[in-house]
Design a protein around this ligand. Structure first.
Ligand SMILES: Cc1cc2nc3c(=O)[nH]c(=O)nc-3n(C[C@H](O)[C@H](O)[C@H](O)COP(=O)(O)O)c2cc1C
Length: 213
């Protein structure tokens, strides 16, 4: 089948104002739980878009590691390309796509680093090899070959043998505090449902609008 023939008619229940929670975080919780039950192994995979001070955009996949009324949290290297963008321009967009549910959620808002305590608490829960991996990789830097990674991994493995592995100083979390959250539900005839919640800032009330698909 040629690529342009790939086409789906979304045969899913609609998403109407009557179904929608007044609080978009609670609405996200509902959709996330449904995605968790029905959308493969990584319902928490999301596209994170950032841009540099010069306005050059950049997007990549990261994993959502928690969310609540304060925002959406992911963890990464504080010297990576995305971190450099966020230093220069601390705002981001997140996109979830849940294929089997024909749903997408789009979030935008300012970004802050999470506290060191929050990062440490999460780092402790990671498998030991992932903890070592965080130490071994200078994310987004150019390296000569794969051996470089193995060498660095083995070095930290030896250094911390039988010991607690601390959080690398250049590794931690970010929190996207949403100012817009849009819920998109695929429908038949391309007449999809789009409900967008907007607020002017943290703690401000949410308003909701329907958008044309
Ligand atoms: C499913 C999936 C999950 C990922 N999760 C993360 C993550 O949580 N944190 C992270 O730093 N990179 C994650 N990555 C790798 C990023 O996509 C990216 O390669 C890396 O963060 C470097 O991006 P940057 O150079 O734009 O900073 C993930 C990749 C995939 C495919």
């Amino acid at each position: 089948m040629s690529i342009d023939a790939i086409r789906e008619n979304y045969d899913h229940p609609p998403f109407t104002e009557a179904d929608a929670h007044d609080d978009p975080i609670e609405q996200f919780r509902l959709w996330f739980e449904q995605a968790r039950q029905g959308n493969g192994r990584t319902p928490n995979a999301m596209t994170l878009a950032t841009s540099s001070k010069a306005g050059i955009p950049s997007a990549r996949t990261v994993l959502l590691k928690g969310f609540d009324k304060n925002g959406f949290v992911f963890f990464t290297n504080y010297q990576s390309n995305k971190a450099r963008d966020l230093d220069e321009n601390p705002t981001a967009a997140l996109v979830f796509y849940w294929d089997t549910l024909a749903r997408t959620v789009r979030i935008t808002g300012p970004v802050i680093k999470v506290s060191r305590e929050e990062t440490d608490a999460y780092f402790k829960t990671r498998p030991r090899d992932s903890q070592l991996g965080a130490w071994a990789s200078d994310q987004s830097t150019v390296i000569d070959n794969r051996e470089v990674l193995h060498r660095q991994f083995d070095q930290v493995k030896e250094k911390y043998a039988d010991q607690h592995i601390p959080t690398p100083p250049n590794w931690g979390g970010y929190r996207v505090t949403p100012t817009t959250i849009e819920f998109w539900q695929g429908q038949t005839s391309r007449l999809h449902d789009r409900l967008r919640y907007t607020r002017t800032g943290d703690g401000q009330p949410w308003t909701r609008q329907r958008l044309a698909p």
